[in-house]
Design a protein around this ligand. Structure first.
Ligand SMILES: Nc1nc2c(ncn2[C@@H]2O[C@H](COP(=O)(O)OP(=O)(O)OP(=O)(O)O)[C@@H](O)[C@H]2O)c(=O)[nH]1
Ligand SMILES: [Zn+2]
Length: 365
């Protein structure tokens, strides 16, 4: 390990644009009939989305427990209540209420439901409120497309799954996924699989200057370190075909197959046809969101500044750059900044590599 240095570098930004609130009807309605906005709504967590139908878990399954183990500040009663809510967690099908307007809802969203929230077959509740998000992982269809397509909300960790061999690593693809993580203000974690086939050294050396944490795994091997990295977090797993993502998911969530097929049964899809993200709860707490349909990241929507934000030491040096500097040309002041010893040359090289990947450098090295 030893690659933790960069984790604190990621800056928090604001994600309030999706903060949808239901307001009481205004104007024409008689005052006395105005009810408080859905006082009876129940909190839920969106675990799957399919053609306008949302599979939501009711029962506050991702309630956060503050503090460390054993000293989290919860009273015995609060703890018991929390456990009870978790035990009562059940999947409920929902549709969006008209009052939500055009706001998109994605896997990972926290919402409020009204109507029939029993979760019984053929019932449908309504999503009336979308809670503010702490992050939004997005991609564009391709690099020339500036339309952002939201993929997953509220993730705090992007797990980039890459095989060390078979298939060989695709560093440019990893770079692109890192840019997506930096852009979304989500901490990246490199998960290097198939350690029985090749050594991780080269790949690790490439990402060391970026301070990206990593772990090395192999099929049938020890998973304690992975588990501890995932516990109590909301992690999105990305990686291209064949890297061993399903192998990992199945090892981490023994019930994964059943959970996914349950969601698919509810949404009417076949068992193996799900191509959209599905959230799976980890036995030890926390969630992983598998993204079978997401194998590339168009970065057309990502701004240079959001990439730069992952490099505070360099970011500071850009005050001397010309307006609109691409930070890749001769006019860029970062070379001088680094030469003066304000930042590491390797991190400048990494920044430029990531900026290049944003401009559509080919995925394969
Ligand atoms: N040698 C070796 N093979 C592995 C390891 N992990 C997974 N595999 C094999 O690699 C192949 C692909 O694994 P999957 O888990 O299906 O990969 P995936 O990333 O889910 O791929 P898709 O299903 O196409 O998305 C399978 O044949 C696995 O048995 C490993 O650590 N070492
Ligand atoms: Zn510059």
């Amino acid at each position: 390990m030893g690659a933790d240095a960069g984790r604190g570098q990621l800056r928090k930004r604001e994600y309030d644009e999706e903060d949808v609130r239901v307001r009481p009807g205004k104007g024409s309605r008689p005052r006395t009939r105005r009810r408080p906005a859905h006082d009876d709504a129940v909190a839920a967590f969106v675990v799957a989305v399919d053609r306008g139908r949302y599979t939501c878990l009711v029962g506050d399954p991702i309630a956060e427990v503050p503090g460390e183990d054993g000293e989290d500040g919860l009273s015995a009663r609060e703890r018991k209540e929390r456990r009870q809510r978790q035990e009562e967690a059940r999947p409920v099908m929902a549709m969006r209420a008209r009052e939500l307007g055009r706001k998109g809802i994605v896997v990972g969203d926290r919402v409020s439901l009204v109507g029939d929230t029993s979760g019984r077959t053929d019932t449908l509740s309504r999503i009336v409120r979308l809670e503010p998000r702490i992050s939004m992982l997005r991609r564009s269809a391709d690099d020339t497309d500036e339309v952002e397509r939201p993929i997953v909300a509220n993730a705090d960790q992007l797990v980039i799954v890459t095989a060390l061999a078979d298939p060989p690593p695709r560093p440019r693809m990893i770079d692109r996924m890192l840019v997506a993580a930096f852009d979304a203000d989500i901490e990246p974690l490199l998960c290097l699989t198939k350690a029985d086939l090749a050594a991780p050294d080269d790949l690790v050396a490439r990402y060391e200057p970026l301070g990206v944490p990593y772990l090395v795994v192999r099929k049938g091997g020890e998973l304690d370190e992975v588990r501890s990295r995932l516990t109590d977090r909301l992690s999105v797993l990305v990686g291209h075909s064949g890297v061993g993502k399903s192998t990992l998911v199945n090892a981490l969530v023994p019930d994964a197959g059943r959970a996914v097929s349950h969601v698919n049964a509810v949404t009417g899809r076949g068992r193996h046809t799900s191509s959209s993200a599905v959230a799976l709860e980890l036995p030890g707490g926390g969630w992983i969101i598998d993204t079978p349909g997401v194998r590339s990241f168009g970065l057309g929507h990502v701004s240079i500044d959001n990439v730069l934000a992952a490099f505070p030491a360099l970011s500071e040096g850009t005050v001397h750059c010309p307006k609109g500097c691409s930070h890749r040309g001769e006019e860029c002041s970062l070379d001088k900044w680094v030469a003066e010893g304000h930042a590491d040359p390797l991190s400048l090289a990494s920044l430029r590599r990531l900026l290049a990947s944003r401009d559509g450098a080919p995925d394969d090295d």
